[in-house]
Each structure stands twice: as C-alpha cells, then as structure tokens.
Design a protein around this ligand. Structure first.
Ligand SMILES: *Cc1c(COP(=O)(O)O)cnc(C)c1O
Length: 385
C-alpha cells in the first residue's frame, strides 16, 4: 500500500458492533467484564481505549514501525522516552533543539541526575566526540526549528549502533510523508501530532513509534507502554478522533505545504529587503544534500532575515500581515508568522541566540495551504510598509 491509502485505511476497520465507517469516539473510562479479569482487551481507558488504539495502529503503519503510542502532548511523549533512563545515564542532543525539549531536559530531568550534552548535530564528528560509555540515548530533531538545519539520520543511527545506545528522532517538522527515520535506522520516532499530523490547529497531542519486532516486558514497545500507563499522560478519545481525521488528508496537505513553501521561499529570496532565506530545498542550503537524500520533499517551514539587522523592521513586518496570523505553533492549514527572538526562543539569552544564528530580524513562516498568490501578496504588502 502507498502512503495516501495507508493514511486513510491503516489500523481502521468498520466498527464490528454497528458497521460505523468512521472510528467511533469511545467516550468511556471503563469496560464491562463478563467475569473478573475476563474482558475484550479493554479494562480502563488510561491503559487502552479503542479510538486511541486505532490511531496508534495508523501511526505505526505510516512510520513503518511496529508499535505506536499516543500521549496527551508532544512533551509527554518526550518525557516518556527519558523515563526509560536512570540517574547518571547520558544523552547526546542538539544545540538547536525545540525549546520545550531543552527545558524538559535541563530543568526537569537534569535534576533527577540524567546528564545531557548539546552539540551541533549537523557535524556528526561532534556527536561521535560527545559519546561516553554511559550514553544511552541520542535525541535528534530534523529539520530544526527555526533555522531548518538538517541532520543526517543514517549517520546518527550508525553512531548509536556502534555505541549500543538508542536513537530517537523528533519527526514533527517532516511528518512520515516526507521522512521515515525508522527506515534510516532510528529506534524511536517522536511527534507533536499538534502540528502537521492533526493539521488543523484544533488539538494538542504527541506520539512515539518504535520498530521492535520483539515482544515481552523487555521490548522497547512494552517498556514505553509501561511508562505511558504508569505516568498516565494519555490523550482522550475525542482528541484521538480529531487526529485520525486530520491524518486522512496528510498526504494532500503536505503536497500543498511543500509547493507553497517552495513558492514563498523563492519569492523571499528575490526580495530586495530580505537578507537570508532558510529553506532546505535551496541547493545552497548547507543541509540540502542530506535533505535530498533522506526526505521526499522540503516542507512548508521557511525562515528569513531582513537586511540591516534592525529588530523594529522585523516587528513591523510581523504586525502587518493579514493572512499570516501572528501566533506560536505550526503545521496547520492556515499560514502563521512568528518572531523566534521574542516568542518561541525568548527564554534563551540574546548572546546564545546570536551565536546560534538566531538573529533579531529572523522571521519564521509556517506556510499553509491557502492559494499561494494570496500568501505572496500578503508578504509583499507587509514588506512594503
Ligand atoms: C510543538 C513541538 C513539540 C512539543 O509538542 P506539544 O504537542 O506542543 O507538547 C516538540 N517538538 C517540536 C519540534 C515541536 O514543534
């Protein structure tokens, strides 16, 4: 089966009780037992819920994995992975990490004794140099936010294998339509389903997918399911239904996000007030060769800086778009515009931000699936003011 067919059908069957074609929202906390311990695989909805099961199976298929696990948020999914570790275990991650992940690692888990190193993962030599005997996990993200840097997943997988540790990849920006890290050797894929997967800016949820054919309590899937149930950050059935519905059009939406992202990136590149445009589809993007190898398209995230490096110029553009809504988040059908320096990355000290290439005039676009002529006209107007 190809991707679009899987997106619509995988894991889903008409409801055996009623024939309902759409997966019902099983809004129930508990399930009747015929005799003590005699049930149909469902006892209590923190542990299992049929709407969630359908979504988890669908996600496992799309990522070419064996098991999917859903969580109340993307952060809860990441939290579950780190809970596989013990004090003094070590994690190698990127210095270009999603801000919430960096906060979880350094402000919560560092306090429980888990050790973290942050390196420039676009340089795999730095990853190799950071590995220690107690390194249990490499945590990667690609493309990154907001500079769209690209990390070589297969190269990281080789380092993880050689050092007998796990590789987890945050695949939120790419989605399985554009990139399947498990096929490249990763052990765990993580998603903020909140973004492209659900795709309509109406739900917050996270997921993990693993490829682990082994079964029993020692398998990766079972260990993560144990954390999922024990920590209890599971999503409700209504939200699972919304994500299932969103995923049915993922392939169509991603095609348009990619086409619109390309058109907007090219338009900005030719604009006299724009300095640099970050989009991995450009052949002069430093990660282009790796992106072309490991991705099936370059996505709808575009960021750019303005000439002159005056923050007030950027703020003027941000307040003058009409179709691009000024907001956090990304990946919905509607276009969004954001200012990392004062929004998503405001908690990072300015010197650290600048060192990492996050200039004051950097503007991030989540290019939606509207008619691209209207999006470009909106940017044209905002840049002219
Ligand atoms: C949004 C996001 C997260 C966190 O997900 P939530 O659903 O907001 O908890 C993690 N990683 C990336 C890359 C994200 O964009």
């Amino acid at each position: 089966m190809r991707f679009g067919t899987k997106a619509i059908h995988a894991g889903l069957e008409p409801d055996p009780g009623t024939g309902a074609v759409m997966t019902p929202i099983f809004q129930t906390s508990t399930y009747a037992q015929a005799a003590p311990g005699q049930h149909k695989g469902y006892e209590y909805s923190r542990t299992h819920n049929p709407t969630r099961t359908a979504l988890q199976r669908n996600l496992a298929t799309l990522e070419n994995g064996t098991h999917g696990l859903c969580f109340a948020t993307g952060m809860a999914a990441i939290d579950a992975v780190i809970k596989l570790l013990q004090p003094d275990d070590h994690v190698v991650s990127t210095n270009d990490l999603y801000g919430g992940t960096y906060r979880l690692f350094t402000k919560i888990f560092a306090g429980f004794g888990v050790r973290f190193s942050f390196v420039d993962m676009t340089d795999t030599d730095q990853v190799e140099a950071a590995m220690r005997p107690e390194t249990k996990l490499i945590w990667a993200e690609t493309p990154t936010n907001p500079l769209l840097r690209v990390v070589d997943i297969a190269a990281l997988a080789a380092i993880a294998k050689a050092n007998n540790c796990l590789l987890a990849v945050d695949n939120t920006f790419a989605t399985p339509y554009l990139q399947t890290p498990l096929d490249l050797g990763a052990d765990i894929v993580m998603h903020s389903l909140t973004k492209y997967m659900a795709g309509h800016s109406d739900v917050v949820m996270g997921a993990l997918v693993v490829k682990d054919p082994s079964t029993g309590s020692g398998s990766l899937a079972e260990r993560l399911a144990f954390v999922q149930n024990s920590s209890g950050a599971t999503p409700g059935p209504m939200d699972c239904f919304l994500v299932l519905r969103g995923i049915k059009t993922l392939h169509l939406r991603m095609e348009r996000h990619c086409a619109n992202g390309k058109a907007v990136a090219e338009y900005l590149k030719g604009h006299p007030l724009v300095d640099r445009v970050h989009w991995p589809g450009f052949t002069d993007h430093p990660g282009h060769a790796v992106a072309a190898r490991q991705m099936r398209g370059f996505g709808g995230m575009v960021s750019f800086t303005l000439k002159g490096d005056r923050m007030e110029d950027a703020l003027r553009v941000l307040s003058n778009t009409e179709l691009f809504t000024l907001a956090e988040s990304l990946g919905g059908v509607e276009s969004l515009i954001g200012h990392p320096a004062s929004m998503t990355h405001a908690s990072i000290p300015r010197e650290d931000r600048l060192r990492n290439g996050l200039l004051d005039t950097l503007i991030r676009l989540s290019v939606g699936i509207e008619d691209v002529e209207d999006l470009i006209a909106d940017l044209e107007r905002a840049l002219a003011r």
